[in-house]
Every structure is written in C-alpha cells, then in structure tokens.
Design a protein around this ligand. Sequence first.
Ligand code: FAD
Length: 493
Amino acid sequence: MSASLPIDPQRRQQVAQALLAVLPERCVLSDPEDTRPYECDGLAAYRQLPMIVTLPDDEEQVLAILNVCRELNVPIVPRGAGTGLSGGALPMADGVVLSTARMNRIVRMEPYARLAVVQPGVRNLAISDAAAPHGLYYAPDPSSQIACTIAGNVAENSGGVHCLKYGLTVHNVLRVRVATIDGDIIELGGEALDAPGLDLLAVFIGSEGMLGIVTEVTVRLIPKPATARVIMASFDNVVTGGNAVASVIAAGIIPAGLEMMDQTSSRMVEPFVRAGYDTDAAAILLCEADGTQLEVDEEIERMTAVLQAAGAGAIAVSQSEAERLRFWSGRKNAFPAAGRISPDYYCMDGTIPRKNLAQVLTGIAQMEATYGLRCANVFHAGDGNLHPLILFDANQPGEFDRAEAFGADILALCVEVGGTITGEHGVGKEKINSMCIQFTRAELDAFFAVKRAFDAQHLLNPDKAIPTLNRCAEFGKMRVSGGVLPFAGLPRF
Ligand SMILES: Cc1cc2nc3c(=O)[nH]c(=O)nc-3n(C[C@H](O)[C@H](O)[C@H](O)COP(=O)(O)OP(=O)(O)OC[C@H]3O[C@@H](n4cnc5c(N)ncnc54)[C@H](O)[C@@H]3O)c2cc1C
C-alpha cells in the first residue's frame, strides 16, 4: 500500500490562483475535502491526494489548463471515470489532475457513415445506447462499460468480451483530437479507412495519458448482429478447458466471445448473480456465436462438436436472449463478486499465447501454494488475456506485499512463455517494474524518444507506464540483448 505524500500549500495556492485566472471557479478544486474522491483509480491500494483537480467543460479550457501547467512546470495527470486498474490516473502530490469527465456530449451520430463523434467523457455504453435506434453499436465492451469513458478506453486501448471477433479500441477508433502540452490541437487519423501521414493514431492509442489530452474521439459503429447465442461448456480440469480454447480457434472459428472461468470464480459469482453456472466443473467456457440465425445455428453446432472432442462434459446452449444475458451477467460481474469471498482482491492482467493457457494456469495454481493466497481466474480466453484475481486481506500484515509479489510472478511467467505484461489494463503505476522484464534498454529508449517528441518537458503523466533505466537498474531487472552492459551510462529522462 502506498502512503500519500504531503502537498506544499504555497505551491498549491500559486497554481490554483493561476488556474482560477483562466477558468471558472467550479472547474478548480483545491480543498482536500473536494479532491479526496480523486486520490485513486480502480487500483485502490495506491493512493495520493492531488495538489489540485481541474474539471474543464470544453476544449478551450483544456488548453488553458495545459498552458498554465506548462508555464509553471506542473505535472498533469489526465483522468476519465477513474475505473482504470493499473493506477494510470493516480494523482501526484505536486500535480494537477485534469478530468475530462464533464465533456460528455455526443457531438454527431452518422448512421450512414457508421461513425459517431463524441467528447472524451462520454461513457462507453452511452455510445452504443445512442447508436441503438440506428441498429448500430460500438463493439469494444470492457466490463466497466457502464462507467468508463471513451478517452480512458483510448488511453488504455481497452478490450472486452467481444474484442476477439471485433477488435480492440485501436481497431474501432478512426480519429482522435488531442490537446498537446504545447497548447495546440492536433488530429490523428481520419474518417476514411486510411489516413495520410505517419500512423500516429496507433501510437497514441494505448499511450496512457503520456502524449496529450484526448478532447474528441471518432468511433466506428457496426451493425448489431441479428441474433446471438452462447454455449456454456463444463470441464473437469482447467488444463482440458485451456486446451479446448486453442482447439476452437484452431478449427478456424472466431467466436464473438470466448471466456473462461475457473471453479473459484464460478462459485464466487453464482450466489451473487444466479447465472446458472455449473459450479461442480473445474472450469467453464462461455463461447458466443453471433450473426444471422443460420450463421449462429451452424457455428453453435461446430463449436459444440469441437468442445466435445476437446473433453467438455456438460454443454448448455442459451435458448433465449434472456438466458444468453444471464450467462454473460456472471462473467461481467465477476470482479465485484470477488468482494463476497475476500475483503480485498488484486486484479492482474497479462496476455499469453493461447497454446500456453493450460501451462500458465497450472503455474498460477502452484504460486497459490507458494504465496498462501487464493486466486480466481476469469478471463478473455480467446485472446489469451488472463485476469487472475488474487484474493487477500489488507488488514493482515504482509498480505498485500505477498499479493503484489504473486502478481509480479504471474507477469514474469507470461513474459517467459512469450506473452506480455498487459492485455488491456495498461501499465500505469502498477506494472512499471514489470516493464523492465519485458523490454530491452533499446526498446525503452525508443519509448522515451516518442514521449519526448510529444512532451519535451515530461509533464504528462510523467511517472507512469515507461520506467526510467535507473528504475530498472534499481529494480535489478533489465533484459539485455547481445551481451551489452545493462547499466553503463544510464540515461536519465
Ligand atoms: C469492474 C471493472 C471491470 C473492468 N473491465 C475491463 C475490461 O473488460 N477491459 C478493459 O480493457 N478494462 C477493464 N477495466 C479497466 C478500465 O475500466 C479501463 O481501463 C477503462 O478504459 C478506463 O477508463 P476511465 O474513463 O475510467 O479512465 P481512467 O481510469 O480515468 O484513466 C485511465 C487512463 O487514461 C488516461 N486518460 C483518461 N482520460 C484521458 C484523456 N482525456 N486524455 C488522455 N488520457 C486520458 C489516464 O491518465 C489513465 O492513464 C475494468 C475496470 C473495472 C473497475
């Protein structure tokens, strides 16, 4: 758990005065009572009271905030709804939080062009709700979609259950409008399939608030499938379940969703949601088919055959839309359900090649014994994107430290089998040390060069996502290629 650093009252007054000279009073919070709700994001183990919180109403005010902060050399932490799970929106004691949550208008809906132009604070689900009368929706569907904002999704390159078939945020955003730290507006991408110039849109998506402030987003909308059905398949061990995932994809099927829950997860969810899960199974898979009635019937038949051949026991197929939603409701509510069986949980996020699912799940089970902590696995199996929920009690001395070490070991295992330390939750503050395991010095240098190109003063979310080489050296981990001495002449940012 991190302790909040003290805030310099004189500096706070100086920065607040400068901000109040360019913004209405309601847009600037500096009283600790008002700034307290911003002290953490979804990674609540890390907390820091911000020096000041700003809540701009429009792009002009965003630029005004950036100008003040640049002139006074104040770090800026962008924020959406604060649902991030890696501490990306964790404030700084000498920094300003810039929340775009109030910029929450749908600017334009263009059903014929199948796109929507929205302000950064629009909630993910609100886009699909607004597109629904046109028979369209926005495909990436993080489980937090009722609350999280599109700017947060852009910054984290968020995913969700349907991203296996329809792609992540990066595949569904056409254009972003960005306020730069220099006080300019730039537009990355365009409304056509391709845009001229360097593909900076792809660089920006997933950049975790380190390159600029998102002030507008153009998203792709797609037609709502005519129908969808989901299979719930039971397995008597997680290894067979993990292998079944690889079999489905190897059979040339791309399901609309392919999710796995182990027994700890289904047992924690079932009394909470009554989704109808087989709680005797060691693991269950949820496999969705969508499209026309014919396509769905055919795919359900093919998936059933593959799952049976892969060792599934019971197989249930949703018989109505209500039942399909019920099957998914358990999966979507798995994180909150963890609160029923454990005072605290720590949600990890790593990605591995699908063929290694069984191996990594077995490795995680061994780590449960090593660390003396339980772990529930509920995840986007089709993408190989794991979400181990490590259960612990923060009131028990040492348990949080053990949970953190457990999580770091899982990420190291993901890298070892050829995977990555994040699938969709980002690096933020949480996984900054794990970056030292994943990347070489040259790779980290390249990231810093991009950061410098957008933010030479290093003011935008400066302590997140990319570790300094000094940090990697202190952490004692740096992947070195070609026998190059790792710590010689470590550059500081
Ligand atoms: C219960 C639960 C379930 C979740 N399920 C999923 C899931 O299925 N898939 C998934 O991908 N994630 C999931 N998440 C994580 C989280 O919801 C996503 O990362 C989401 O995109 C964060 O959006 P936000 O608006 O809350 O952003 P915040 O948490 O406020 O910020 C996230 C990052 O975006 C940056 N940022 C915010 N606004 C801006 C802006 N205007 N300009 C530039 N940078 C900005 C911040 O600095 C930070 O780095 C889940 C979280 C919870 C609590």
